[in-house]
Design a protein around this ligand. Sequence first.
Ligand code: AMP
Ligand code: MG
Length: 345
Amino acid sequence: MQTQLLPVSPDSLARAGEMIRAGQLVGFPTETVYGLGANALNEVAVKRIFEAKGRPGDNPLIVHISAVEQLLPLISVEPSPAARALMDACWPGPMTLIFPKSDVGPSAVTAGLDTVAVRLPAHPAARALIEAARRPIAAPSANRSGRPSPTTAAHVLEDMDGRIPLILDGGPCEVGLESTVIDITAETPRVLRPGGVTPEMIEAICGSAGVDPAVMRPLREGEVARSPGMKYRHYAPAGALTIVEGADEAVAQTIRRLYDEALTAGKRPLILALSGHMAAYGPRRALSLGADAAGMAHEIFARLRDADALGADALFAEAVPADGVGLAVMNRLGRAAAFHIIKAE
Ligand code: AMP
Ligand code: MG
């Protein structure tokens, strides 16, 4: 299959909408990461997503809508007051809500669960594509399973060349991390996957917010993942990644030592550091993760791809405080490192 890469335009959007209606897959930009979209109401189309990504069939997809009215047919109970408040405050935007599902749509989308994940994205091209398709679009991130999520059209091409017919190029994604996934089927909203909408924001909107404990540690043996995606090792670079946390100077010192030891052992080490700390590593090979947690959200997936391209086999990354968007950054970095997080001495 030939994969076409087209800039977002009225023509390319109309063409992409037609392809979605015809059961084809389209890579498209959203404000979080690039999505791999299919007609959410067509089982054959949805199954193509799992094939193209190599995604396990028990990991459900997010259904994307372009207006709140499109939500009601997908769910089986009226949204709760907390759900309404979150939708009013954060939609359109980087927030996915888990609702009890209706009978609409094939079970492949929800991987057989009795709940459905729904998001109203803010990116104008994502919304225009849903409008052009005239149906909800099921879309996971447009990477091959296990690879970092794509934040540019070039990343999508890297992973999907020859596997899908069309990628819409809308430039780099604004947030850079996948949406916040919130379970609102119980009374207290609970974050299953942190993202741009933070627990602090949810608490301000709803009065309370919980965070699933599996967000910052690996699942325990026998523990059931509340969000099936949590049980898979994601965003894994080819090299072993170690995260170092602590005071700035101690972190720099520990990372310098670990890097030098790895080099002596014949490895190809690489440092991932905040831009303001790059000078602390002197001539060592280091990539900048941006200025702060928000910058890191934007840069992290692209830098993990760069690390692979450079053939790095021992990676050392600086931690950021796990509050605000820092929780989402540390969740993604932590999973990339299989939660190998050490304290600077
Ligand atoms: P992706 O679209 O690749 O970012 O993955 C979607 C994420 O949403 C995965 O982590 C899924 O496990 C999660 N998800 C989708 N549907 C549900 C659901 N019904 N309940 C819990 N988590 C879900
Ligand atoms: Mg994904």
